[in-house]
Structures are given as C-alpha cells and as structure tokens.
Design a protein around this ligand. Structure first.
Ligand SMILES: Nc1ncnc2c1ncn2[C@@H]1O[C@H](COP(=O)(O)OP(=O)(O)O)[C@@H](O)[C@H]1O
Ligand SMILES: [Mg+2]
Length: 244
C-alpha cells in the first residue's frame, strides 16, 4: 500500500481517493484499575463512495471503531486521516468541525432529542453548523420528505414508531450533506419491516455516492454492502469485497 506520509488532499476531500485511512489504530479504555484494549492495531482504508459493513461478535470493538472513524473519540495510538486530514493534529474545536461537516451518525437507539419535533431534530446539526434559519427549515423539510416523513414533521419522537424515529435520524445525519454516513446497528431495535425500510434508505445513500460504514448483526444488511470487514478482539480478521 502506498501510504501518504503527510497531508495530501486531491481537492475532492480525499487522499488518493481514500476518505478513511487508518493505520495501526489502537484504543485503550482506562476505567479505574482496569485497562481495556478495545482496538489492537486496526488497518482500514476506505475509498470514497464505498459501502462497508462491519461485523463481528459483541465486545469485539465495532462501536469503538465507528466512534473513532466519526471523530467522536480519539485513538490511543496509530494514525488516522479523514478526507486527507490527519485527525491527530486537530484540536477539540477542529475535530468537532470535521465531525459536523463530514460525518453523519445513525445510532441503534436513534438518539433523537425527545422535546424537539422531527423537524427540529433534523435542523439541529445545521444550527450548530451555522446554517441560517430559513435555509435550515427548508433543508430539514426536504430531508424528511426524502425519508418519506413529510407528513410527520411536527411529531415528537414519542409520537413516532421506531422505524419512523430511525428515518428521522437518517434525515438528521444527512442534514449537513456529509461525505460519510456512519451507522451503529441501525436496525438493531427495529422489527423486520421497518428494518428493511431503513436498509433500503441506507442503500439509496450509497447509490448517491456517499461513503457508508455500517456496523450490523443483520446478515441481509451486511450482504447489501460492497465490502464486509470482520472485527474480532480488536483486530480486522477478514476484509472482503463483494464480487460484482
Ligand atoms: N467507554 C468505555 N469504557 C471502557 N470500556 C469500554 C468503553 N466502551 C467500550 N468498552 C469496552 O471495549 C470493548 C469493545 O467494546 P465495543 O466497541 O462497544 O464493542 P462492540 O461494539 O463490538 O460490541 C469491550 O470490551 C467494552 O467493554
Ligand atoms: Mg457496539
């Protein structure tokens, strides 16, 4: 592999077509006396526009990896470049900025704010991203329509089904038009029918040229991805691309 030694962007927010470049990534959690080595040297290079499913047993480090990819947390060791930017060189504010601009997150438990309407939930990242009020509203409505929730904009999370909440979360993840969409077991709390809706929406994003990394136990969802990366005990053990 030809590893770029310093920042080298190609003007399209990638480094030689790579949007994610992880080399020797480790993560150690220190909780009191116990040290947990959650990641032990992850090598992962993802090209712009790939759809990667991350699979593996519970506790193998999948969520830890996704949080690092999404700059929600920082690695203990190794190097990580997102869109040609070295994450290690960024301070907290710069990291938050990269996260807000580049990454959209979808979680198993939706993580919607219960006191806000669907529309307000989708507007939130744009509020943080400095998008003006009218533009925010316009884009939020558009994103909710795209996930077929145009008739639920004023509903609060408690007034929505699980599948609908996850679709709001997808609309929110797309609010800032991120290059990368990360989802951690997005269908884990859904019944088969709504899970399948969510899978279709995620697959559509792939069709639109976005890069997707999805942690899943769901075989059907994993099979939709172009590439399956299997994690065990903090390491990548298999990495296969689907044969077209
Ligand atoms: N915030 C944390 N503090 C301490 N240990 C953690 C934390 N998050 C995860 N771990 C530990 O790291 C390992 C990997 O966890 P995780 O990434 O959540 O795995 P997975 O998503 O594959 O189930 C587990 O042993 C877990 O207990
Ligand atoms: Mg997890």
């Amino acid at each position: 592999m030809n590893w770029p030694l310093k920042k080298k962007t190609n003007g399209d927010g990638t480094s030689n077509g790579h949007i994610i470049e992880m080399l020797g990534i480790t993560k150690v959690y220190n909780t009191g006396k116990i040290k947990v080595e959650a990641l032990k040297g992850i090598e992962l290079v993802v090209d712009k526009g790939e759809f990667v499913a991350v699979v593996g047993p519970s506790g193998s480090g999948k969520s830890t990896l996704l949080n690092l990819i999404g700059c929600l947390d920082t690695p203990t060791g190794g190097s990580y470049m997102i869109g040609g930017e070295a994450v290690a060189g960024l301070d907290r504010d710069a990291l938050a900025d990269v996260r807000n601009r580049r990454v959209g997150f979808v979680f198993q438990n939706f993580n919607l704010l219960p006191q806000l309407t669907a529309l307000e939930n989708v507007e939130l990242p744009m509020l943080f991203g400095g998008v003006g009020r009218r533009e925010r509203r316009r884009r939020a409505v558009e994103h909710l329509e795209r996930v077929r929730l145009g008739d639920r904009v004023e509903h609060r999370p408690t007034e929505l089904s699980g599948g609908q909440m996850q679709r709001v979360a997808i609309a929110r993840a797309l609010a800032m038009e991120p290059d990368i969409v990360l989802a951690d077991e997005p269908t884990g709390n859904l019944d088969t029918g709504s899970g399948s809706d969510v899978m279709s929406l995620l697959s559509e994003l792939w069709g639109q040229g976005r890069t997707l990394v999805v942690v899943t136990h769901d075989q059907t969802l994993a099979k939709r991805a172009g590439r399956i990366v299997e994690i065990r005990d903090g390491l990548v053990v298999t990495d296969r691309r689907a044969v077209a």
